[in-house]
Design a protein around this ligand. Structure first.
Ligand code: C2E
Ligand code: CA
Length: 746
């Protein structure tokens, strides 16, 4: 076999079966080359049966043992099976006197039924694995075959046809020529256009089809005896069997797309119409007319289906690029526009807007008010843009504007003008649920020509992000990205990169704040609070870096590090105080991380701390972000035995049902309640009811921010279980905490 040096054979190839097919082929050649007795000639189809059966066996073996391209070989094997079965039935019919005449007819047409499957396999070859994407492959296939038959038939009609052959002998030959030629072209196409370049198998199989076409042509032209037909058939079996034993090259499966399918259908229509015209001009034979007409109709139906697919695709695309709440272009659409602008070359002004008090609105007035605010902001921003500028919502409370440079102005001037116009939209308060709420905005803006690729777009985004954090730090307003300043130290961008490295280098440290039992005055728990020992900037509080970590995908590693340190510290403390509990804060993104429970279980196991000694604190808002996924993660954590606490309880808009559904163990009263407890009667009423509610539900209550004895006394009267605050101690490194049985706090 001339397979070339790169061709590998599949392991365990069924050599014997291939040998059977080869032997049957040689036999056919001998039979055709020698003068046969008429009896033997009549049965030459039957003598080809071992080749067909051998091919079926090889192809079934291929399907059963090799996964790659299985779909292709499955269809080819069905084709071979159809060939074998129909040939056998034809031969059997011939032996029965009553159906004697039907036998040869069936035997002549049998291979043609197999072509449908063979065509399906060959077409699928380059797109295996996309069955769902192209369910109407059969329609296009049949249409293609019909159009080719029509074309071939009108060509044969044009030549006038052979003299010594009867109509029933000519017809199958015409169809053979048409199908074999179509398959020959299609197979070679896989090699020329598809992923099978430098693959010997399509060439082998194409040669097999070419053999069939040539043999049928020669028989039709009365140059060769009809016995050469089966020779070509067995030869095709042989090359296909050999191809099946060759290892496939790794290839990508390509989804069929509406455009290619429609191009295919269009080609079918053109060919079918051509055949119709040709047969109308010449002597129209019924076969050519019917085949051509059917091909045009089937192609037309396929084209209509394609139009429907394309309409759907357009709708889906529009949907995928639109933010549902505001109707603005979404993040993907904004990034695409930036990339397109970059491709065209002009300087782009890119502004990133972040609302300043959005969380407060969302937490305080509820989701609906938050949504309403975003829509009002959209309505105010849209009219201040110039034609051609794009406003989009990147997500949450983040908007972006992509603008072109104004005529006669520099990019920086354009950026200034844009920011001023945008900020003016926030001067007037927004009306939310009958409340006039002032909401500020921080805008970071940058100018540049994105290179048109992902990196260029990401660079502009980073620059605007850095400028936006600058504006935020300055208390709102806007900031223009300044290459000299922002590439220096201390910016959001540098900080993110330093944090990324710092987490791995052990720069995160924990401070712990005691939680004291109100009844006994003993320390029964601690809350671990993260700090960043920054090499240059000193010890940074969580508000300096947690938002950055959340925004830049670092919360996962950060939380893992915090949990690791906290659980190990807890294990050490529990040697002295076996009842001690420890709390760790979890952020929104961590609760979407389905892998967290498993990692935490492994950690607890490794350190030997019972899960029940660990409490994870989450805020109400976090639970409502993506309730389905969050609930799953919280459920898995609960299943471990870890306890869940609701942090800052009372400030959000958590449905009380969550307390039950998530089997929460603890509520942490927001410090604002603790602070207002003594002077504000409504606050005291709220605190009293929360404690009462918690106790009815079997939960403990921790009051946060307890800074004086009087407040502690009032909380004790109201039945609060634990207190945490400066009164008992500020968060401090572990060695500075007095932990151990009997540690009392005042
Ligand atoms: P939090 O969960 O509400 O933590 C309590 C915060 O209140 C701590 O601030 C603590 O120092 C402060 N505090 C405690 N007692 C008093 C008091 O009597 N008066 C006043 N005014 N403040 C008091 P800290 O350590 O700066 O932490 C701030 C926030 O950062 C935490 O609020 C928590 O939400 C978050 N955080 C801290 N560590 C982590 C962590 O490891 N992971 C996550 N996701 N968030 C953390
Ligand atoms: Ca907390």
């Amino acid at each position: 076999m001339t397979a070339g040096p790169a061709t590998r054979l599949l392991p365990g190839r069924p050599r014997v079966l291939v040998a059977v097919v080869a032997a049957a082929t040689v036999l056919q050649v001998l039979l055709a080359a020698t003068d046969l007795s008429p009896a033997l000639e009549r049965h030459s189809e039957l003598l080809a049966l071992p080749a067909y059966a051998g091919l079926v066996a090889v192809l079934r073996w291929r399907v059963a043992t090799v996964h790659a391209e299985r779909d292709v070989w499955q269809r080819l094997s069905l084709g071979a099976l159809a060939l074998a079965v129909l040939t056998l039935v034809g031969a059997l019919l011939e032996t029965v006197p009553a159906t004697h005449d039907a036998g040869p007819v069936l035997a002549a047409w049998a291979p043609l039924a197999a072509y449908v499957f063979l065509y399906g396999g060959v077409v699928r070859w380059n797109r295996y694995g996309t069955e769902v994407a192209d369910p109407d492959n059969l329609l296009t296939g049949v249409a293609a075959m019909l159009s080719w038959v029509a074309l071939t038939q009108s060509a044969v009609d044009g030549f006038g046809g052979p003299e010594s052959l009867t109509g029933s002998q000519v017809q199958p030959l015409v169809v053979h020529i048409a199908f074999a030629q179509l398959l020959f072209i299609t197979t070679l196409m896989q090699r020329v256009l598809g992923d099978l370049r430098r693959d010997v198998r399509p060439v082998l199989i194409a040669v097999g089809f070419l053999g069939i076409e040539l043999a049928a042509c020669l028989v039709l032209a009365e140059v060769a005896a009809p016995a050469w037909g089966p020779v070509a058939g067995t030869f095709l079996c042989l090359v296909m069997a050999v191809a099946a034993t060759i290892a496939p090259k790794p290839a990508r499966s390509q989804p069929s797309d509406a455009a290619t399918s429609m191009a295919g259908a269009f080609t079918v229509i053109v060919i079918g119409t051509g055949a119709l015209i040709a047969s109308a001009v010449g002597t129209a034979s019924a076969v050519a007319l019917v085949a051509g007409g059917s091909a045009v109709i089937a192609g037309g139906v396929r084209l209509l289906m394609g139009v429907r697919d394309l309409a759907q695709l357009t709708a889906t695309r529009a949907e995928a690029l639109t933010d549902h709440l505001t109707g603005l272009p979404n993040r993907r659409a904004v990034l695409r526009r930036m990339a397109e602008d970059g491709g065209r070359g002009p300087v782009t002004v890119f502004a990133l807007l972040d609302l300043d008090r959005f969380k407060e609105v969302n937490d305080g007035l509820g989701h609906a008010a938050g949504d309403d605010l975003l829509c009002q902001v959209t309505a105010r921003l849209t009219p201040v843009l110039r034609t051609g500028d794009l406003l989009g919502r990147l997500g949450g409370d983040e908007f972006a504007v992509v603008a072109t440079v104004e005529d006669g102005a520099s990019p920086e001037e354009t950026a200034e003008h844009l920011c001023r116009r945008l900020r003016e939209c926030f001067v007037e308060p927004f009306l939310l649920e009958d409340l006039a709420v002032h909401v500020g905005v921080s805008i970071g803006v940058t100018t540049g020509s994105p290179t048109g690729d992902d990196e260029g777009t990401a660079q502009l985004l980073r620059e605007a992000d850095a400028a936006m954090y600058d504006a935020k730090r300055g208390g709102g307003g806007h900031a223009l990205y300044d290459r000299t300043r922002h590439s220096g130290d201390g910016t959001a961008l540098t900080l993110v990169e330093e944090l990324r490295a710092g987490i791995g280098e052990g720069q995160l440290v924990l401070h712990h704040q005691p939680q004291v039992d109100v009844g006994t005055g003993r320390v029964v728990g601690v809350e671990a609070l993260v700090r960043w020992a920054h090499p240059r900037l000193g010890l940074l509080a969580p508000d300096r870096f947690l938002d950055l970590a959340e925004a830049h995908g670092l919360m996962g590693p950060l939380t893992d590090e915090v949990l690791d340190q906290a659980v190990r510290q807890l294990a050490a403390w529990r040697l002295d105080d076996p009842g001690l509990r420890l709390s760790v804060d979890l952020s929104a993104s961590t609760l979407l991380d389905a892998g967290l429970p498993e990692r935490l279980a492994a950690l607890l196991d490794a350190v030997g701390v019972p899960a029940a000694a660990l409490t994870l604190e989450v805020t109400e808002g976090v639970l409502l972000r993506d309730p389905e996924r969050t609930r799953a993660v919280v459920g898995a954590l609960r299943a471990l035995g870890v306890e869940i606490s609701i942090d800052d309880f009372g400030t959000g808009y958590c449905s009380l049902a969550y307390l039950r559904e998530l089997s929460v163990s603890e509520l942490k009263l927001d410090p604002s309640f603790t602070a207002g407890l003594l002077d504000d009667a409504p606050t005291e009423a709220i605190v009293a009811s929360i404690i009462d509610l918690a106790h009815r539900l079997g939960l403990r209550v921790v009051a946060e921010g307890v800074a004086d004895e009087v407040t502690l006394g009032r909380l004790a009267e109201l039945g609060c279980d634990l207190t945490q605050g400066h009164l008992h101690g500020r968060p401090a490194p572990a060695p500075e905490l007095e932990i151990g049985a009997g540690a009392l706090r005042g």
